[in-house]
Design a protein around this ligand. Structure first.
Ligand SMILES: [Zn+2]
Length: 384
């Protein structure tokens, strides 16, 4: 299976975006969080429609949800094989701690994040360095984080933003040797990014100054800036969830033109999680409303999901209502199962959203410009 579909480090993908940007076409690679098979299929379909390279990422929570990183890795490779996906894809651990970053390195991911942003600056660099040594030996790319994003990310909650100091960004890269760095510039995790889409907190000049420093030190072809918490949280999807019986309140994202501004300023990877969660939840709610009574035909699968949705009207995260069924069902092709019909709709929904996003991010059409450097070749480059 691995021979047919190869996973790449994020580096050649992000470098393709950097190259396009230098040629006057600002670009960033979309990084989409995944929890189950049909979501992965939707992301891949959206990338193919746009001829875009892409990053599929799994958080610690996703790994736990599916029973371990090796399960997620197998699921993503399965989806790539099932859809004959030949465009370059990286499989990345999102917000890893030390243990998870090492486990994912060993379990076939092609990239890991070590989020040591809660530590003091020097300790953050030191832990990032350790993971870089571990992961680079196998050719994986490593993403660090500097500054703190407001919002809820897994079990970490930050009330307010601690902005990155752009003058320390080249220093961070130089010391840690990380390939990518998430810089806190005012975006936030979760569906509630603040009034007017959190515009009052956004400081795109932090990205601009960081990138200028990287260019001055000749780092920008090997090191890349990442934007977390960047979902646009489309109000029409929130309205759709609520029209189907949901009670999602206060949701607001980052306006697309601000994200595009950040790409012009030097962002090369954009993380999208909330938007996909919203689309999945809207699809499930609508499908149950359109098919009254269908849950009784599958008491062990559809009924528990329907019940969980009815009990948590403000649900956004699909794990909240899908955790009631066996995760193994969600990890495999739903064809021929009771989930097939709704999952076809979920997959299409994700595909069209991803297709739209990568057009806006400027990475559509870039798949052919990615150097297909294998992980072992990357390992040799790092060693040299
Ligand atoms: Zn994040």
């Amino acid at each position: 299976m691995q021979d047919q579909c190869q996973l790449f480090s994020m580096v050649p993908l992000l470098r393709a975006a950097e190259k396009a940007s230098q040629q006057g076409k600002p670009a960033a690679i979309g990084a989409f969080n995944v929890n189950f098979y049909s979501q992965a299929m939707g992301i891949l379909e959206g990338l193919r429609r746009s001829d875009a390279p892409g990053i599929i990422q799994a958080s610690r929570g996703a790994n736990k949800f599916q029973g371990g990183p090796e399960k997620i890795q197998g699921m993503v490779l399965q989806a790539m094989n099932d859809s004959n996906h030949t465009l370059p894809v990286a499989l990345h651990l999102d917000h890893g701690n030390e243990e998870q970053a090492k486990v994912c390195t060993d379990e076939g991911f092609s990239s890991v994040m070590i989020d040591a942003s809660t530590l003091e600056f020097e300790d953050n660099i030191k832990l990032t360095q350790d993971i870089v040594q571990y992961a680079h030996a196998k050719g994986l790319s490593v993403e660090g984080e500097y500054g703190k994003l407001a919002g809820v990310e897994e079990d970490v909650i930050h009330e307010a933003t601690t902005y990155a100091d752009p003058y320390l960004v080249p220093f961070f890269f130089n010391e840690s040797k990380a390939d990518a760095l998430a810089v806190a510039y005012g975006t936030s995790h979760g569906p509630n990014k603040g009034s007017a889409g959190g515009l009052e907190k956004l400081a795109v000049h932090i990205v601009e100054q960081s990138y200028k420093g990287m260019v001055a030190y000749g780092q920008n072809n090997d090191h890349f800036l990442v934007s977390h918490g960047s979902s646009t949280v489309p109000p029409e999807i929130v309205a759709e969830i609520n029209a189907q019986g949901g009670t999602v309140k206060g949701a607001a994202g980052i306006p697309m033109h601000k994200i595009q501004e950040a790409v012009v300023a030097g962002i090369r990877k954009i993380n999208i999680d909330t938007d996909l969660r919203l689309g999945i939840t809207a699809t499930f709610r609508k499908w149950f409303n359109d098919n009254p009574g269908v849950e009784t035909t599958s008491a062990d699968i559809l009924m528990p999901i329907k019940k969980a949705l009815d009990e948590k009207l403000d649900a956004i995260d699909p794990r909240d209502y899908l955790k009631v069924i066996d995760a193994g069902l969600l990890r495999t092709d739903p064809k021929g199962t009771i989930l097939e019909e709704v999952m076809i709709l979920v997959q299409e929904r994700i595909a069209s959203h991803v297709e739209m996003l990568v057009q806006k991010f400027g990475s559509a059409g870039l798949a052919g410009t990615v150097d297909r450097v294998s992980l072992s070749e990357m390992a040799a480059i790092y060693k040299a």
